[in-house]
Design a protein around this ligand. Sequence first.
Ligand SMILES: [Zn+2]
Ligand SMILES: [Zn+2]
Length: 210
Amino acid sequence: MSDYQQKVSGTFNERMKLIRLRRKKENLRFWDEFRIVPRWLVWTVVLLFLIAQGVGIFVNHWYLQHNLPLFNHDISEYPILQGLALAGVITAISAFLASFIFMIGYVNRDAKRRGMNSALWTLLVTILLPAWTFLGFLIYFLMREPLPYPCPQCAKPVGARFNFCPNCKCNLHPSCPNCKREVVETDKFCPYCGSDLKLSPTAEIASESV
Ligand SMILES: [Zn+2]
Ligand SMILES: [Zn+2]
């Protein structure tokens, strides 16, 4: 394998490792995540939605006064129904646009929280939005760094790329001394081969905390 290939597969493996770690450590809930979207952005979107509805009522009124069909002649004979139909269309379009705006706001804050280049990622998802819609977000969700998590021993936040806690030297990626597969810090026995992890020196530090 050439040096270049080795490097690419190396970063790929590291990326996969980070994705696995994120799956294991992060249990994100939709509403908790939604809360990191800036307040002012949420209120701006709500305000724009109300303005759009106001314009809708005005347009409906104008069409009725001038006896013009807004959708078609059948529905324009029922002004309330036509008004509701227009409000429905405005709501659907607004929900569609709002979901994109909130996602951009989310990426902006989430990237900052994960120590990534927030401005660059916000720009990327925004640029890809018109032509590729969700592609930018897809790339972001695959590439984002895991959140720092509390050390299992001393509870100080540790980075996802750390192998040892800088505060207490806890082994953050302990492996089974028998089969060499990765185990969780709190495991007493290896889930793959059943070795007693308390007897092994690699898991020694972890077992002290239990
Ligand atoms: Zn620690
Ligand atoms: Zn094992």
